[in-house]
Design a protein around this ligand. Structure first.
Ligand SMILES: [Zn+2]
Length: 408
């Protein structure tokens, strides 16, 4: 197995290099840090450097040095589904769905939980913590349990029942907080400085974010190193978006792929601080937000990460959009009926945004477009269909079947 090719942490603002320690910001200017790798080695060895399956197949481009710290529940290696019926429905040449709801806890977060908890082990921590709308909490709790670490999970009071059940099952330390994510995260981020627990939040930790980079590597490999023209990624604070773009840039620099896909940042209209700033050509104005069905996208103040997303969108000529809750729920039904993929509202906001951008002719339909579907629908709470049952005898049963499925 090849060692990690991570070499240093680099400040995204001033470019200062730092050693591979547990650092959350630049010591010179307090900017965010990103991991940098030995890309010459990637160029020399080519994709044959990857061995094994799942997320840790990409261990050379992840920052966990010791294989003993590479905690796993079988994450990654999720399907990239060619969706011809959905493509026809949308009037697009080709649509690919990257279904990350098939991860162990049903969300893309398992990728970052694997590297977050791996990094907690690497730096000798015994406890982890996260503030979550539901998915990150149950994912971190599961990975912490798997690694034998404690997890102090702060969960949104309106998190769905299945997510709460999952968290309560996987950690003994589940705390429900009042209000939305933004209300607690700045206080919690301050507490991170005291090092009572390992930071499993989305605001700053480069080691945690890095797990999501594997989405880019997987998609590139699944498309034989000719990635889609466009990728629509969900954005709350921006981890998935930033990490994927970094992955594609690394592969371009290593000469593995011809170009970086055009990245589209997808938000819920009720929490659209980044999309709004992008459209208006301004800096981000934090929003006071309420509830959105896309619970995992409910961040009104994306902080420095949000600024980073905006900078990347402008540098790489990306695009940003948002969708209303009703459009998200409509996209959820549409994906389930056309392709059999049952995604939660957070996970399917990308598709709703794609539909809107196509309707407004902001995206060219003669392209291959990949949507990241980031969570399963099985952890969603929604009104159930009528439970009024029918009793049958043979004749009434046969009548129903022949009515519903008439002979050709
Ligand atoms: Zn700096």
């Amino acid at each position: 197995m090849t060692d990690s090719l991570a070499r240093r942490l680099t400040c995204i603002d001033c470019g200062a290099a730092h050693p591979l320690a547990y650092l959350l910001q630049c010591e010179r200017c307090h900017g965010l840090l990103e991991l940098t790798y030995d890309l010459d080695r990637l160029r020399r060895d080519g994709p044959a450097i990857f061995t094994g399956t799942g997320l840790w197949r990409y261990a050379p481009v992840l920052p966990i040095a010791d294989p003993a710290h590479r905690v796993t529940l079988g994450e990654g290696g999720t399907p990239l589904l060619d969706c011809p019926r959905l493509a026809r429905d949308l009037g697009v040449r080709r649509v690919l769905v990257k279904f990350d709801g098939s991860n162990p806890t049903g969300t893309v977060k398992d990728r970052s939980s694997a590297t977050a908890v791996g990094a907690a082990l690497q730096f000798g921590y015994r406890a982890t913590s996260v503030v979550s709308s539901g998915n990150a909490g149950s994912s971190i709790a599961a990975y912490a349990a798997r690694a034998g670490l404690r997890s102090l999970i702060f969960a949104y009071e309106r998190a769905s029942a299945p997510k709460l059940l999952h968290m309560a099952a996987t950690t003994a330390d589940l705390i429900i907080y009042k209000g939305v994510y933004d209300d607690l995260i700045t206080l919690w981020d301050r507490l991170v400085e005291e090092k009572l627990f390992f930071d499993c939040g989305a605001s700053r930790n480069a080691y945690k974010q890095e797990g999501k980079k594997t989405l880019a590597y997987e998609i590139a490999e699944q498309t034989a190193w000719v990635p889609p023209d466009v990728i629509v990624a969900p954005v709350a604070v921006g981890e998935t978006f930033i990490a994927m773009l970094r992955g594609f840039r690394e592969m371009r620099e290593a000469g593995w792929i011809p170009r970086v896909p055009r990245m589209v940042a997808a938000q819920a209209t009720r929490a659209n601080a980044i999309a709004r700033a992008f459209r208006e050509g301004t800096a981000i104005t934090p929003l006071k937000i309420g509830y959105t069905v896309a619970e995992g996208l409910a961040a009104g103040n994306p902080g420095k990460k949000g600024d980073w997303v905006l900078r990347l969108l402008r540098e790489e000529k990306g695009l940003a959009g948002d969708a209303e809750d009703e459009e998200i729920l409509d996209a959820q039904r549409r994906l389930a009926r056309t392709e059999g993929v049952w995604a939660g509202p957070t996970g399917v906001a990308t598709l709703a945004v794609l539909i809107r951008l196509l309707a407004r002719r902001q995206l060219e339909p003669a392209q291959t477009i990949c949507v990241i579907i980031s969570e399963t629908g099985l952890k969603t709470e929604a009104e159930v269909p009528s439970r009024v049952g029918a009793a049958f005898d043979y004749d009434s049963l046969r009548r129903l079947v022949t009515e519903r499925l008439p002979a050709k």
